[in-house]
Ligand binder design. Structure first.
Ligand SMILES: Nc1ncnc2c1ncn2[C@@H]1O[C@H](COP(=O)(O)OP(=O)(O)OP(=O)(O)O)[C@@H](O)[C@H]1O
Ligand SMILES: [Mg+2]
Length: 275
């Protein structure tokens, strides 16, 4: 997609509705550095920066991202290629640490954690869904979903019980014994979503979850996210497609490593002309 698809309208509105006017910013982001946000905030970033040193040349992937996301929100992150979406998701997902700034996850300051602490927090709090599903080809749907629990040392009976429950959440309990090549693309992605949910994470992170799916199947995945969001799961997804983003209740657009706009679905739909 071209940069222009984000629309000059949207960009010029950035000046009228910068995040600094929102409750999120005044209440949470502009609180004193080091102050722990309240319990309802699952994610707070203050001046988050990530720079990559490429042998002398510094790539500034994130240049000071301020964000505050409440528990149970359903958020889409958009923005042109290279604007920092995946970099931000990696930081939110505790796969990476920032060069500068604060990242608070559920009231814990993740930005200063050691790798071991990050791994522990990640396993407990974060479920990942990827564009390419990343399923084990020889394992059944049930076994794929059980895997994170194997690593967590959960007993076999308990694993099966929880994996079945996660597959029910994505309406796939009738395909538990199928291997990935015996499933449709949408069903594979639903297995991947069940796997991400099986640890009962506080955040579901999805980077281009519909990138490999046709539009009908993408809608199927959006219905799953919608159901999860209405039953209390915090969902954050990256997408290039305005139609997909319009399923979320809040749409954040990144540009050059900064938040360019942060809108509710209704305003976003108006500005993008999405029905
Ligand atoms: N590991 C890395 N080392 C060096 N530079 C990186 C690294 N990862 C990302 N970058 C750079 O940081 C910037 C942001 O990259 P990022 O992957 O976050 O973009 P994106 O918004 O996810 O793009 P896309 O839509 O293409 O997936 C880009 O300029 C990219 O080249
Ligand atoms: Mg990316």
């Amino acid at each position: 997609m071209s940069d222009n698809q984000f629309g000059d309208a949207l960009l010029s509105r950035t000046d009228e509705h910068p995040m600094s006017t929102t409750a999120e910013r005044s209440v949470v982001v502009q609180a004193p550095g080091g102050a722990s946000p309240g319990k309802e905030w699952v994610i707070v970033t203050r001046g988050l920066k990530r720079e990559y040193d490429m042998g002398g040349e510094v790539v500034r992937a994130l240049q000071g991202v301020d964000l505050a996301i409440r528990r149970n929100e359903y958020v889409a992150i958009m923005g042109p290629s290279g604007s920092g979406k995946s970099t931000l998701m990696n930081l939110i997902g505790c796969l990476d640490t920032p060069t500068a700034g604060e990242y608070w996850l559920n009231g814990l300051l993740a930005s200063t954690m050691s790798d071991d602490e990050l791994a522990r927090v990640r396993n407990k709090e974060i479920g990942f869904v990827f564009q390419t599903f990343n399923l084990l080809p020889r394992a059944t749907a049930l076994h794929n979903v059980e895997l994170p629990l194997v690593y967590a040392g959960v007993s076999s009976d308990e694993r099966k019980r929880r994996a079945k429950h996660a597959l029910e959440q994505v309406q796939l309990d009738n395909r538990m014994d199928h291997r990935p090549n015996e499933l449709s693309g949408g069903q594979r992605q639903r297995v991947a979503i069940a796997r991400a949910l099986v640890n009962n994470p506080s955040i579901l992170l999805a980077d281009e979850p519909t990138g490999n799916l046709d539009s009908k199947t993408s809608e199927e995945i959006m219905r799953v996210f919608e159901t999860l969001a209405t039953t209390g799961q915090t969902v954050i997804m990256v997408t290039h497609e305005p139609d997909i983003a319009a399923h979320a209740r809040r749409i954040i657009v990144l540009r050059d490593g900064l938040v360019a706009s942060d809108e509710r679905r209704s305003t976003f739909k108006q500005s993008m002309g999405v029905s």
